[in-house]
Design a binder for this molecule. Structure first.
Ligand SMILES: C[S@@+](CC[C@H](N)C(=O)[O-])C[C@H]1O[C@@H](n2cnc3c(N)ncnc32)[C@H](O)[C@@H]1O
Length: 215
């Protein structure tokens, strides 16, 4: 979903405006992040496009050492402020980072890309392939895309299409001797939004694991 980019607006200013015009507060973790990470031994995690930081804070609370990146400086500053407030500052590194310019340094036990959708040019396949490469042996890459969006979502483009997990996996074209697809499905869930609203939405979920051993 990289269409309709408004030429007069850069990705950075769009997302910066998105977060600046929303109240700061404690964000909820994405259910699939919590569900997936709960089954893993805490280690080093990378949150790609961390947004309001619900996932980063959840991971830090559950013993992970988290690197959070986002193109929006406001988002990153809010994550750091939350971590500080909650006594989790030593567990969280957060930095403004445009993934179109390159992938964050390091190796990780868990890399999460939750709804890493943007209207602006971003070679997501390149980013997600780099994520697979940045996994430690046994490490997990969790990609959760929208299958449908809630009525309160920032994206109300009726023509928006989202890649299925199989399409994302095919695009990654990972060597099956080095990575295994351990989950590829499209579950539905009840999502809760502002003003007590709720709606059933679909998530497109792909989980890839780097095989153990030196490969
Ligand atoms: C749809 S939001 C999802 C945010 C968060 N992961 C969540 O689940 O709530 C997409 C996020 O990706 C970030 N983003 C968009 N383009 C980016 C880029 N080129 N580099 C880094 N982050 C980007 C946005 O600022 C935004 O926080």
């Amino acid at each position: 979903m990289q269409t309709n980019a408004n030429d007069s607006t850069s990705a950075e200013s769009f997302w910066e405006n998105h977060y600046r015009t929303r109240p700061a507060g404690e964000a909820r973790a994405n259910p699939l992040l919590a569900e997936t990470a709960a089954g893993l031994r805490p280690g080093a995690a990378l949150d790609l496009g961390c947004g309001a930081g619900g996932d980063t804070i959840w991971l830090a609370r559950h013993g992970w050492q988290v690197t959070a990146v986002d193109i929006s400086r406001t988002a990153v500053e809010r994550v750091l402020a939350q971590a500080h407030r909650l006594g989790l500052r030593e567990r969280v590194t957060a930095e403004q980072h445009d993934l179109a310019d390159g992938f964050p340094a390091g190796e990780f036990d868990l890399i999460s890309a939750q709804y890493l959708h943007t209207l602006f040019a971003l070679d997501r396949t390149l980013v997600l392939r780099a994520a697979a490469v940045a996994l430690r042996p046994g490490g997990v890459l969790l990609i959760v895309d929208h299958g449908s969006t809630a009525p309160w979502s920032w994206n109300q483009d009726p023509d928006a299409t989202f890649p299925t997990p199989d399409v994302v996996a095919a695009g990654l074209d990972l060597d099956a001797t080095r990575w295994a697809v351990v989950r590829a499905d499209m579950p539905s869930r009840l999502a809760h939004g502002p003003g007590g609203r709720s709606a059933t939405v679909t998530d497109n979920v792909l989980v890839v694991q780097r095989r153990e051993g030196r490969n």
